[in-house]
Design a protein around this ligand. Structure first.
Ligand code: ADP
Ligand code: MG
Length: 593
């Protein structure tokens, strides 16, 4: 007798369930996806005890006939693909035909479904994969599926379920991530009979986004719409003042499907580079559209991962999309993409508290109420729209001059420049501002391969450890582009022959040590360009005005003039703000006037 046997169907389904169904949220995901594929416009999700006791998804979609309903519970039964050409042009969320039989094999399962044109509904009950009965029933058109006591018949797996709040958190996240991509569909989530989330149908994807992301994001969302054939990207990104401690604020979709993808995530972070503090994550909702044949979604049973035919191209499209969108929204000289809905928030606290809000934001990385900066963005946007109406009549005589127009009052602690603007008090961090200017100048020259260098009269040598030397040596040819002429000097010693002109007279060793340790720690996994940018940031930092260094009126004038020519004047290259504002209203309120 042969030792090899075909597995009984129930076991085969339980094995498939092991891949698709990790926890209650996985069941919720599969059922909602089926409802969407069935063209529903209303989806109700009800769960009890974090989905451990009960999961029910009801919809008003096309429903199933009695025969189809029975067939749907067989493994590999799907109405969504017919042959192998369909497999490479999948436009539905499901296609593997595994979800229903898998769920039915590990729960106490029931399905009630009715097509619009028939009078009678079909009800099917299954217990741990065994058919109990099929009957006629009365029910509204659509489908309602109930799955009770997940993993009741596979105790080893039930053991891995987490606490009710944890499982409920996953369910809420799952519903939110799907609902984000389907604003026209109404979603309702109930837990133990109480409403947890309700997202009414809307034709504005921005309303759905703010309903899900929270009101702190509302005023900070910037619309994204870029196309670099064949990749189109739409959605919203929050301005860099809004950050999260994890990547949970990133909602990524490829051809309408919610995915988790490290490459795309990395591209988003790179797009924000220089605008976020270390360890902060931005908030973004991105819908990436690529031709169906350029992305494989059949990589993993949960379909959360995808494989792009040309990942580099997608990466680049995302980086460019984010950089452009951010630049246009922050640069005072640009009118496009300006978030129109930004209005100055009502002052809510005294100056002292404002200050502490600001510090808290920096430390807690949750700048919910970074009011100063938002005031500023709105000031810029107002200024620009005035300018726009002027330009209709006659060509502009000046570019918008946000910084140049400030009235310099004096210096605070030899570190901050105090200035008056028509609607408030502006503080400019002199080091951060100068760093931004120097960074952009160096970068421009490096990009054009025309660094301004200065030969050292006496070449300077320095030593590194082995690891650092190895990383450093790889960059030597590229350093030339930055204006740094360095040569190996035997062993782990190097000699500097020329430096960027900006650095002349400055102490070099501390800078070179920092560069070496930086390139060693970040490595080149993220590309040479990024490593060089990091070096530029360090050079900019070392050649810039320091805090605690008093400046003359003339220097301030030049500084402000140069700030107005920067692409991204509001942040230093490390991502710290270069300026903050206390609005006139806030000052008034603090004095109880
Ligand atoms: P897949 O979604 O991969 O096709 P499933 O096992 O999830 O596989 O579902 C099997 C089939 O059952 C689907 O192809 C569809 O025809 C039908 N079906 C499942 N859920 C619904 C629903 N809510 N409304 C209408 N038809 C459904
Ligand atoms: Mg499905």
């Amino acid at each position: 007798m042969s030792k090899i046997k075909i597995l009984p169907e129930i076991i085969a389904n339980q094995i498939a369930a092991g891949e698709i169904i990790e926890r209650p949220a996985s069941v919720v995901k599969e059922l909602i996806e089926n409802s969407l594929d069935a063209g529903s416009t209303r989806i109700l999700v009800e769960v009890e005890k974090g989905g451990r006791a009960l999961i029910r998804v009801g919809d008003n979609g096309i429903g199933m006939s009695r025969d189809d309903a029975l067939l749907a519970l067989e493994r590999y039964a799907t109405s969504k693909i017919y042959d192998d050409t369909d497999l490479f042009a999948i436009s539905t969320l499901g296609f593997r035909g595994e979800a229903l039989p898998s769920i039915a094999s590990v729960t106490q399962f029931s399905l009630v479904t009715r097509e619009t044109h028939t009078a009678e509904a079909t009800a099917i009950r299954i217990n741990g994969g065994k058919l109990i009965d099929v009957s006629a029933a009365g029910a509204p058109a659509g489908t309602m599926i109930t799955a009770k006591n997940l993993f009741f018949n596979t105790p080893a797996r039930r053991k891995y379920l987490k606490t009710i709040p944890t499982e409920m958190g996953h369910i809420t996240d799952t519903v939110a991530s799907i609902a984000m991509g389907w604003p026209e569909v109404q979603f309702q989530l109930n837990h133990n009979g109480k409403s947890v989330k309700h997202w009414p149908s809307t034709d504005a994807s921005q309303s759905r986004a703010t309903a899900i992301l929270g009101s702190d994001v509302q005023d900070a969302l910037i619309a994204v719409k870029t196309e670099s054939d064949p990749v189109a990207i739409t959605g919203f990104i929050a301005s860099p003042q809004i950050t999260r401690r994890t990547a949970n604020g990133l909602y990524l979709y490829v051809n309408g499907r919610f995915i988790r993808d490290r490459m795309v995530r990395h591209a988003i972070l790179q797009g924000y580079a220089g605008r976020l503090m270390k360890g902060q994550f931005p908030v973004a909702v991105l819908f990436i559209t690529v031709p169906y044949d350029m992305v494989d979604i059949n990589v993993h049973p949960t379909k959360h991962e995808v494989r792009f035919a040309r990942p580099r191209m997608v990466h680049e499209a995302v980086v460019t999309s984010i950089t452009q969108t951010l630049r246009q929204s922050l640069h005072p000289g640009s009118l496009e993409n300006m978030p129109e809905e930004i209005t100055p928030p009502a002052p809510t606290s005294s100056i002292g508290e404002y200050r502490s809000d600001y510090n808290e934001n920096r430390i807690n990385k949750e700048p919910r109420e970074f009011q100063d900066k938002r005031d500023i963005t709105s000031a810029i946007s107002l200024e620009n729209s005035d300018d726009a109406s002027d330009t209709k009549e006659q060509p502009p005589l000046w570019k918008p001059k946000f910084f140049t127009d400030l009235r310099f009052i004096g210096e605070l602690h030899n570190t901050y420049l105090l200035c008056e603007s028509p609607d408030g008090l502006i503080l400019v961090d002199q080091h951060a501002a100068h760093e931004r200017i120097v960074f952009e100048q160096l970068k421009q020259k490096a990009d054009a391969s025309t660094p301004a260098t200065q030969k050292l009269l006496i070449p300077e040598t320095f030593d590194l450890n082995h690891r650092e030397a190895a990383a450093f040596e790889k960059l030597i040819p590229s350093f030339l582009m930055l204006g740094l002429e360095i040569e190996p000097f035997g062993g782990t010693t190097f000699v500097v022959k020329s430096v960027p002109a900006l650095l002349s007279g400055k102490e070099l060793k501390p800078l070179l040590m920092e560069i070496a340790s930086k390139v060693t720690s970040i490595g080149f996994s993220q590309g040479l360009a990024l490593a060089l940018d990091e070096c530029l940031i360090l050079i900019a930092c070392h050649s810039s005005l320091r805090a605690n260094q008093s400046v003359s009126y003339e220097q301030v004038k030049t500084l402000f003039h140069q700030m107005d020519t920067c692409d991204n004047p509001s942040f230093c290259p490390h991502g710290r703000p270069t300026w903050i504002k206390y609005s006139k209203d806030a000052v008034k309120k603090a004095f109880h006037r």
